[in-house]
Write a protein that binds this ligand. Structure first.
Ligand code: SF4
Length: 180
């Protein structure tokens, strides 16, 4: 891959921690921006991808119909798709709700929990329909690379993007595969 490449990012069911970790590159983002142009991303506030994006980074798994729609559109636009972080790779923290079932989870959170205010489950039609289970993005689309971690450290992002720019496989030693 040569020249200035386009990179898009999106966040599904996650906590934005992976995006924050990417921003931890701090001043190292400056030379990266000479080789990379950001497209759709919470970092740019651009809501839809350009016709064709070189590298797409996905944070978060699938917990509702909006996530499904967003991921399908994102996959179509991105030549290389990367699952970033535990939530995208295996459902991560949001998938903890799979253990107790959706209805029990909603009842506990909105009706019986100590912080429940209105004691009723929100039903506004504008709210995206929840999936029965939180799922990893590999359940829906093909993924080209995985960047493990919760979140992956900034150095892992740098290695990933640098490797893809150089047309090689990313090298992620154990020190860059952390979950703390
Ligand atoms: Fe947040 Fe960890 Fe999920 Fe990234 S992998 S979105 S840091 S919970």
């Amino acid at each position: 891959m040569s020249g200035r490449v386009t990179v898009a990012t999106c966040s599904l069911a996650g906590c934005f921690g992976c995006h924050m970790s990417f921003l931890d590159l701090d001043e190292r983002l400056v030379p990266l921006l000479e080789r990379v142009a950001f497209d759709r991303s919470p970092l740019t506030d651009v809501k839809h991808c350009s016709e064709r994006v070189d590298i797409g980074l996905v944070e978060g798994g699938l917990c509702n119909e909006e996530n499904v729609h967003t991921l399908l559109e994102f996959r179509k636009s991105c030549r290389i798709l990367v699952a970033v972080g535990a939530c995208a790779i295996n459902g991560g923290v949001p998938a903890l709700r799979n253990r107790i079932g959706l209805q029990e989870c909603l009842d506990t959170a909105y009706c019986h929990g100590v912080n429940a205010v209105n004691r009723e489950i929100p039903s506004d039609p504008e709210l995206p329909l929840l999936l029965a289970e939180v799922r990893p993005i590999t359940d829906l689309v093909a993924v080209d690379h995985f960047l493990p971690g919760c979140p992956p450290p900034a150095d892992a992002f740098l290695e990933l993007v640098t490797a893809l720019l150089e047309g090689r496989q990313p090298v992620l030693p154990p020190s860059l595969r952390r979950f703390d």
